[in-house]
Design a protein around this ligand. Structure first.
Ligand code: BGC
Ligand code: BGC
Length: 454
């Protein structure tokens, strides 16, 4: 099945994870409390009352996980630093034991021939910073620049590829606008400063990392083609507004140094000056992609799969709708391989010569197959990856400069508000015994990698 799925020899293959979703060990070695520890402790926030307190116990089992990656044959590993391990209160000098953990991880990766590609921030804000206003406060951009400087000084000698922030859209929408993620605020459009402050923090981190000698720096932003639910003028208008909010509010400032259609007017601070920092040149733009979204005017028929089960409040000018006619993952997300190529082509059309090289920093699906006699036959994940990789390959053949692909995720892990109910891993994790079992898709993905190198 993989025989004709072959990528250019220099294409980089990777897998992706994040700190709170896999590490566990939340109270060890001086780690401070994060907004996700706090959020998980609030009754009713997370399905089944799950928390990331143990997760995959990667903090203690990282060597086993690196061995799994080496066996898989990846070139790169995208993980995230836990900000509260590095700065338990969110400011001041680095915590030695926290830095030492990432030293061990990075050296183990390098010893296995795998290049680390860390993300500075994947949503686990130190709680003291949240208490001081979090991403609603401009002060956090000073803190983030300091944090980036600590990491750059310690690791830029061994880490060449860096990602500043993961999915600023999701923190804005799910964390501060709808309240389905930490810190659980329901500010609707008053959450927009969170977008601006993350973008400014990104720009300042690019500068701090560059000053520390980092070579390849980018962001990981999630993008989805937004399809009008019908041809009506209202649905097209609703979809265009949603498209600006979820896609271009984040990509335009980084790539063009401007906000889409007047959206900068409501942003806090000296916006023009900030945009000059936000658009500090990056070496790549990372795209996370899972599924397209259908959007129409609000009618009260919103599909909650597009918002991870959150019902949008009444009175919004748009609503995501169910996309019919496609298979769905176990999370209810539509499987539409062509939409992957579509979003990449949209990026090229929108940005032309200004588009930096791309990485796919996340792509994958929740398929919840369990082991039977020690074997996990997750054929639906293989089908998903096969379709999406073919769509990616066609876009590359069309001349779109994509340098590499990080599959989400190496391990089944803590899927935020869905707890452990959704399994995205190439490797199954039994959350009682913490035993790892590579799935059929792991072996399939390894074959795609090895035949692309031939
Ligand atoms: C996030 C991951 C998450 C994945 C699947 C992305 O939104 O960056 O943390 O697990 O998608 O939902
Ligand atoms: C395992 C199940 C186990 C459950 C406990 C899962 O990962 O596959 O067998 O009962 O974790 O949380």
């Amino acid at each position: 099945m993989t025989a004709d799925l072959k990528f250019p020899a220099g294409f980089r293959w990777g897998v992706s994870t994040s700190a709170y979703q896999i590490e566990g060990a939340v109270a060890e070695d001086g780690r401070g409390t994060s907004t996700w520890d706090t959020f998980c402790a609030e009754p009713g926030r997370i399905l089944n009352g799950d928390t990331g307190a143990v997760a995959c116990d990667h903090y203690h089992r990282y060597a086993e996980d690196v061995a799994l990656m080496r066996e898989l044959g990846v070139d790169m590993y995208r993980f995230s630093f836990a900000w509260p391990r590095i700065q338990p209160t969110g400011s001041g000098p680095g915590n030695a034991a926290g830095l030492d953990f990432y030293d061990r991880l990075i050296d183990t990766l390098l010893g296995a021939g795998i290049r680390p590609a860390p993300t500075l921030y994947h949503w686990d804000t130190p709680q003291p910073l949240e208490d001081a206003g979090g991403w609603l406060s401009r002060d956090i951009t000073d803190r983030f620049a300091e944090y980036a400087g600590i990491l750059g000084a310690r690791f830029a000698d061994r880490v060449s590829t860096w990602i500043t922030i993961n999915e600023p859209m999701v923190l804005t929408l799910m964390g501060y606008s709808l309240g389905a993620h930490a810190p659980g605020k329901e500010l609707l459009f008053d959450a927009l400063p969170v977008a601006h402050h993350q973008l400014l923090a990104h720009g300042r981190a690019v500068q701090a990392l560059r000053a520390a000698g980092a070579q390849e720096i980018g962001i990981a932003s999630n993008h989805a083609p937004t399809w009008p639910a019908s041809d009506s003028a209202e649905d097209r208008e609703a979809a265009a507004l949603y498209d600006n909010l979820i896609n271009w509010l984040f990509a335009d400032p980084v790539i063009l140094g401007e906000y889409p259609s007047g959206m900068g007017d409501g942003m806090p601070g000296p916006v023009a000056d900030d945009l000059a920092i936000i658009s500090t040149p990056v070496d790549f733009f990372g795209i996370n992609h899972y599924a397209p979204v259908s959007v129409g005017v609000a009618t009260g028929q919103a599909d909650t799969a597009a918002t991870d089960g959150v019902l949008l409040p009444p009175g919004l000018p748009f609503e995501p709708r169910t996309l019919t006619g496609y298979p769905t993952t176990d999370f209810g997300w539509p499987v539409v391989p062509d939409a992957f190529g579509e979003i990449l082509r949209t990026f090229r059309q929108r940005y032309g010569d200004k588009l930096p090289p791309l990485y796919i920093t996340e792509n994958g699906c929740a398929v919840n197959d369990e082991p039977v006699d020690g074997v996990v036959s997750d054929q639906r994940r293989i089908d998903y990856l096969d379709g999406y990789l073919r769509s990616l390959k066609a876009a590359i053949d069309d001349g779109i400069d994509v340098r590499g692909y990080f599959q989400w995720s190496l391990l089944d892990n803590f899927e935020w508000a869905a707890g452990y109910s959704q399994r995205f891993g190439l490797v199954h994790v039994d959350f009682e015994t913490l035993e790892r079992t590579p799935k059929a898709s792991y072996h399939w993905f390894g074959d795609v990698i090895s035949q692309s190198r031939r």
